[in-house]
Design a protein around this ligand. Sequence first.
Ligand SMILES: *Cc1c(COP(=O)(O)O)cnc(C)c1O
Length: 359
Amino acid sequence: MKKVHNFNAGPCVLPKPAINAAIEALKDFKGSGMSVIEISHRSKDWEAVMTESEALWKELLNIPDGYRVLFLGGGASTQFCYVPFNLMNKKAAYLETGVWANKALKEAKYFGEVAIVASSKESVYNHIPKGFTIPTDADYFHITTNNTIYGTEIKEDMNSPIPLVADMSSDIMSRPVDVSKYALIYGGAQKNVGPAGVTFVIVKESALGKVERPIPTMVDYRTHIKEGSMFNTPPVFSILVMNETLKWVKSLGGLKVMQKLNQEKAAILYDEIDRNKMFKGTIVDKADRSLMNICFVMNDEYKDKEEEFMNVAKANGMVGIKGHRSVGGFRASTYNACPKESIQALVDCMKEFEAKNAK
Ligand SMILES: *Cc1c(COP(=O)(O)O)cnc(C)c1O
């Protein structure tokens, strides 16, 4: 197999042991003589995977009693409307820190009043707004912890006087989280915890049942709590790969270890971006810099070299480092499964490029 350094933003690199276990299960699921995509989702062997998956989430994130973990379809984008459907009576508050946050709040507007508590839109989302006040008359406060496109991240669990809801699509399982501070956490699996097709929802049961509107069965979290995420056919293959990915996280030592690895990896690349004469980071405030999506551009005097560097990086096996079209430049996504060697290889490329091209 061709050797590449995969910096894709999502879907993205996954741990090899998880992929290998998935290949085995695709061929023969637990010695059943059938593929995992051929078995009944009502079989005992499959139910065991569902139970184990929820248990792994609870163990790794140290989720307190009173919370459930759901595995649904539809992606994080469908959660943008699930959340107001289930939690909003009249008013919700949103922190606008990027394109995903903006998409989330647009959906909430179908259900009532949306207060944008603070926004960094005017400066192309290059920082996390600070010093805002969360309105106490809103039903919940929604944040996007990691901004996949712009490369900013809220790395600490904030205190909120009203129920806190977080889209953690792109930094879940990258650090320990104090789940007790949140009413709900959701995300698509395809960045840190598995392939596309499964959406995780961590929900505090006591936060539900407070809205006046009737909720259609499929969109009501209580349906999926009651049925253990098996009200309808779950995305079995995606859940299986997620399960194996979480086992890999556990085998490395859990989220404290993962956080340390992620901090070390990000530091290698950010240090080079700050040191190298030809490049600069797009996120000015270092405290806001994402450990998952590292964005950088050519320094002004080297703007004309962007394409050349891209070609050199590609020739050296780098995949997926083109920045989002709204930011330009480069973005290296350094999720849990991205090895340190890949980051080192990118840094080596940047060093060589500087040695050959810097004035
Ligand atoms: C990728 C991403 C989404 C969208 O996820 P889908 O599963 O494709 O709907 C939402 N929010 C954030 C922060 C993301 O990174």
